[in-house]
Design a binder for this molecule. Sequence first.
Ligand code: PBG
Length: 334
Amino acid sequence: MIYKSAPFPINRPRRLRQADWMRDLVRENQVSVQDLIWPIFVRDGNGVVEPVKSMPGVNRYSIDKAVEAAIQASDAGIPVVALFPYTDPSVKTPDAAEAFNPENLVNRATRAIKAAVPDIGVMLDVALDPYNSDGHDGLVRDGVVLNDETLLVLERQALVQAESGADILGPSDMMDGRIAIIRTALEQNDFQNVAIMAYSSKFASAFYGPFRDAVGSGGALTGDKATYQIDPANSDEALRMVARDLEEGADMVMVKPGMPYLDMCRRVKDAFAVPTFAYQVSGEYAMIEAAGQNGWIDRDRAMMESLLGFKRAGCDGVLTYYALEVAQKIETFI
Ligand code: PBG
């Protein structure tokens, strides 16, 4: 504590909680639209808006609809959309070649969005899971997720994404050495301004379940991701991953999942003082929605409180499926 407070009744903390105006005055943190990154799921087709069953309120959009969504996001003041593909199973292969196809869903969607709304940032995931018939983030041989062979595919994927106009690359694969190889490739190919937001503090989590449903990678996945994602028990290790990724050329780092790992948000921000983001992942979203639908919690308040928690924990921003709704409603919340 910085100071020793006066004893009661000289000190009455409730004085500062007595009315809205007073609480407004002394509030330490707030969620603003500029803090929000909106993940959007993209699929094939035209005019398609397809609900994701395990994420009520979240849809998969065909590219034309994703463009409309990006326009809405931009109008609401959201700085960045993050695109994730629902890849048709017929295009998934063991070599994940669709990952570096310039005409794949996210690359086409990026070009369409940048053409229609040049002022919004587009972020793309660098990882193989949407394209790999094994459902893993890396190439698999004899049941082993290969590190160095995967790096070569990630490098090609990243370059094609940069060529398509992606502004931020988010390596989410957790292979060793990925940030260095991607940063070097970007520098050598005239993409100096493409930023990297590294999924550095990324845990092997049960909270990704609904996402794997949304991108259709869950069915394909054999085993778990524990040989590359971080053990949920480890906090020092996650800090070392942040240090490593920053040394290799990451501009921003991420903690993922968010709410069960708020300690990591605070540790990362305090230790490195770099732009720090949390990903409020699909399972966190699904929990709030499910409890809200059952009438067990006040869904709107839980949504805002969960986002405020990230700010309090030191995050500069949050990837959240709530982004558009919050951006459109924020005035009424604050
Ligand atoms: C892919 C990736 C995942 C998420 C973002 N990128 C899933 C995973 O690692 O299995 C999860 C996002 C969410 O759950 O909302 N590497």
